[in-house]
Design a protein around this ligand. Structure first.
Ligand code: WQD
Length: 333
C-alpha cells in the first residue's frame, strides 16, 4: 500500500481518485489551493469512504509549503492533477496558464527529487494529439495543439520525459484522458464549474436544472454521422480506477510510459442530449449554433494498450454518465 500525494486533490478527477485510493487501502494526502474547488470535498470523501484524507490548502508552486508537506508526509508517489484547464481562458490569458501549469510541475519535480520521491502519474489530455487523425493511439504524433492549455499538457509531458531520461530511478506515467464526465454514484462529489460551463455535460445538467434555458449545439455540419461533434466520453469513476492501475504499474517500472484513458467509443452531441433525456426522463431544449473555433469533428481513443498493460478497461456506459451527472447536479439545487 502506498501513501499518495494528489495535487489538485479536491478537484473533479482528483476527488474521485482519492475515493478509489482510500477504498483500496492506500493513504491519500490532498494538496489544493481551492482555486477551482472547495474544502467541503474533503468531508464528502470521508462520508463516502469512512476515511478522512489529509488535506493541505497550499499552492503547489509554493516551494516552502510543498517542502513542508513532503517533510511531514513523506509520500511514496504523486498523482499530479493541479493545473488550470479552461481552454478559452487559456487563449485569453496564455502567460497565466504557462506560468501556473509549468511552475507547479517544476516545483513539484524539484521537491520530489529533494525528498527522494520517484513515482509520478500525470494528468494529461487527448488534446496533445492536436492535428493527428483519430482513433488516437499512444504512438500517434503529438503537438499542433490549438490553445495554450493544450500546449501546457504537451510541455509537461516533455518535462517529465526528460526528467525520467536523466534519472533512471524515476517512474513516470502519462495518462491522456479523453472526455471525463459523470460523478460518484453517491451524488456527493462531481464536477462543479465556476461561471458558465465550457464543457458539454455540465452545460446539459445546468439546462436540466433550469439554470440556463437552452443548450447551444456547436455546429451540425461536421463530417460525422449526424453532423455534430463526436467525442469519447469516459465516466470519472472509471478514470479514477485507471489512476490506481497506473500507480500499481509505476511501482514496478521505471522510465516513462503513456496510456490513453478512454472507452474507444464515440458519441455525438445529439446522441448525448438524447441519452441524457432518456436516462433521466427530462427534455433538454437546444438550438443549433455556429461551430466553436478550434473544435475537432471527431475524437476517440484506441484503448488496447491500457487494457493489455494496466489491465484496466472502462466499464460504465453513457447512461451511467448521464444519470450520475444529473444526480450530482440535483444535489446542488
Ligand atoms: C464536447 C462536444 C462541442 C459545449 C475540452 C478540452 C479537453 C478537455 C475537455 C479539460 C464538442 C460540443 C460543447 C456546448 C456543444 N479539457 N458542445 N455545446 O472540446 O472535446 O474537450 O474539454 O479539462 O482538453 O479540449 O469537450 O465538453 O467542451 O465539448 O455543442 O455548450 O460538445 O462542440 O463537440 P472538448 P467539450
Amino acid at each position: 500500500m502506498s501513501k499518495v500525494l494528489l495535487t489538485g486533490g479536491t478537484g473533479f478527477i482528483g476527488s474521485h481518485t482519492a475515493v478509489k485510493l482510500l477504498e483500496q487501502g492506500h493513504e491519500a494526502v490532498l494538496a489544493d489551493n481551492l482555486s477551482n474547488s472547495s474544502r467541503d470535498v474533503v468531508d464528502r470523501i470521508e462520508q463516502i469512504t469512512g476515511k478522512r484524507p489529509v488535506f493541505y490548502e497550499i499552492d503547489v508552486a509554493d516551494r516552502q509549503a510543498l517542502a513542508d508537506l513532503f517533510r511531514k508526509e513523506s509520500p511514496d508517489a504523486v498523482i499530479h492533477f493541479a493545473g488550470y484547464k479552461a481552454v478559452g481562458e487559456s487563449v485569453a490569458k496564455p502567460l497565466m496558464y504557462y506560468r501556473n501549469n509549468l511552475d507547479t510541475t517544476l516545483t513539484l519535480l524539484e521537491t520530489m527529487a529533494q525528498f527522494d520521491c520517484r513515482r509520478i502519474i500525470f494528468s494529461s489530455s487527448s488534446t496533445v494529439y492536436g492535428a493527428s487523425q483519430p482513433p488516437f493511439n499512444e504512438d500517434s504524433p503529438t503537438g499542433g495543439c490549438s490553445n495554450p492549455y493544450g500546449w501546457t499538457k504537451f510541455m509537461i509531458e516533455k518535462i517529465l520525459e526528460g526528467a525520467a531520461h536523466a534519472d533512471e530511478r524515476l517512474s513516470v506515467v502519462l495518462l491522456r484522458y479523453f472526455n471525463p464526465v459523470g460523478a460518484h454514484a453517491s451524488g456527493l462529489i462531481g464536477e462543479k464549474p465556476g461561471g458558465i460551463p465550457n464543457n458539454l455535460m455540465p452545460f446539459i445538467t445546468q439546462v436540466a436544472a433550469g439554470k440556463r434555458d437552452h443548450l447551444n449545439v456547436f455546429g451540425n455540419d461536421y463530417e460525422t454521422p449526424d453532423g455534430t461533434g463526436v467525442r469519447d466520453y469516459i465516466h470519472v469513476v472509471d478514470l479514477a480506477k485507471g489512476h490506481v492501475a497506473a500507480l500499481n504499474y509505476a511501482e514496478s517500472h521505471t522510465g516513462t510510459e503513456v496510456f490513453n484513458l478512454g472507452t474507444g467509443k464515440g458519441t455525438s452531441v445529439l446522441e448525448m442530449i438524447h441519452a441524457f433525456e432518456r436516462a433521466n426522463g427530462l427534455t433538454i431544449p437546444y438550438v443549433i449554433a455556429p461551430r466553436r473555433p478550434g473544435d475537432l469533428a471527431f475524437s476517440f481513443a484506441e484503448t488496447r494498450k491500457a487494457e493489455a498493460v494496466l489491465h484496466w478497461k472502462a466499464e460504465k456506459n453513457i447512461e451511467d454518465m448521464c444519470r450520475d451527472a444529473w444526480r450530482f447536479e440535483k444535489g446542488l439545487l
